[in-house]
Design a protein. Structure first.
Length: 315
């Protein structure tokens, strides 16, 4: 669950959680996440998540991200969330949180599944678990470690014992950001390695559905290259008898990057999950690295004047 941008201020964190739990009819959630370090001013109508004033988004110039984090830590203490996390922060903003954090940004294993079928990858299972790469989503489901272990045992995927429990952690730090072959985030990846923090990639195949949303502010979409149609990706898809989508997802998985592709189409959901029966060669990984265009698709430039706008930095 995310902390909406109309509530990204210390005084509104507890209210946001209480309202969400009331509407969900739940006593707690597994993960509460700062969606962005930018904030809108609180509207009179709580359903107005994009408040506008004088023809512009009604925004806060500055966000007390440290204060927001401290309020989120209190929600962990109160048992209203098991974990708290971050999204769309750059390295400098992450450091601000690290300096004051009593509870570091973490998430329990959030396990997306497709018809409760578990896909076993061909590479080291430890990486699959720690990067949440072995499961995919249809309707969405929060799983805790006990449910995951029982499911693994049921499907005969992995044998539970104490050594494996110690070897494979179910709590880890991660950072959800835009990441794909045209914007591979290698600088951020290197920075996060020193904290053993993996990237969670949204838009991993170039977000082909983004054109339906006006919030993606690219001046002329006709000039933006389409990642799924890149000739290098098409060539690799033919070589491996896979789709361009599967090549792009596999590339990120082999970089130990978590992928969260979105789809509401059952056939595409199945396609997204069928990426564990092949492995790209190092040469082909280099080929994909070579198509980096530094192309950020989600820039929110309408908020670029804010003090806490995070997207001016590659790290």
């Amino acid at each position: 669950m995310i902390l909406g941008s109309i509530y990204t201020r210390p005084s509104d964190v507890a209210f946001s959680m209480s309202e969400s739990l009331r509407k969900l009819r739940m006593s707690y959630v597994d993960l509460f996440l700062i969606h962005t370090p930018m904030a809108f001013k609180k509207p009179e109508d709580p359903n107005n998540v994009f408040p506008v004033k004088d023809g512009r988004l009604d925004t806060e110039q500055k966000v007390d991200i440290e204060g927001v984090w401290k309020e989120m830590e209190k929600l962990v203490d109160q048992g209203k969330t098991k974990s708290i996390g971050i999204s769309n922060l750059n390295a400098a903003q992450l450091e601000r949180i690290r300096k004051v954090a009593r509870i570091m940004p973490v998430t329990n294993q959030l396990a997306p599944i497709e018809r409760h079928k578990f896909y076993k990858a061909s590479f080291d299972f430890e990486y699959q678990l720690n990067a949440a790469q072995c499961l995919y989503i249809r309707n969405g489901c929060f799983l805790n470690q006990e449910i995951i272990w029982k499911s693994f045992k049921r499907f005969g995927i992995y044998k539970e014992n104490e050594n494996n429990r110690k070897r494979i952690g179910f709590v880890y730090i991660l950072l959800p950001v835009e990441c794909h072959a045209y914007f591979p985030r290698t600088e951020l990846e290197e920075y996060l390695k020193k904290y053993n923090m993996p990237i969670m990639s949204y838009g991993p195949i170039g977000s082909p559905g983004r054109l339906a949303f006006k919030s993606v502010d690219i001046d002329n979409e006709s000039d933006v290259p389409v990642l799924l149609k890149d000739p290098a990706i098409a060539k690799l898809a033919t070589k491996y008898s896979k789709t361009p989508t599967q090549i792009l997802l596999r590339n990120l998985l082999q970089r130990n990057i978590i992928v969260i592709p979105k789809s509401v189409t059952p056939s595409r959901i199945q396609e997204n999950g069928n990426v564990f029966d092949f492995q790209l060669t190092s040469e082909d990984m280099d080929t994909i690295a070579g198509i980096d265009k530094g192309l950020r698709l989600f820039k929110a430039e309408i908020m670029a004047h804010l003090d806490d706008y995070p997207f001016n930095s590659l790290v």
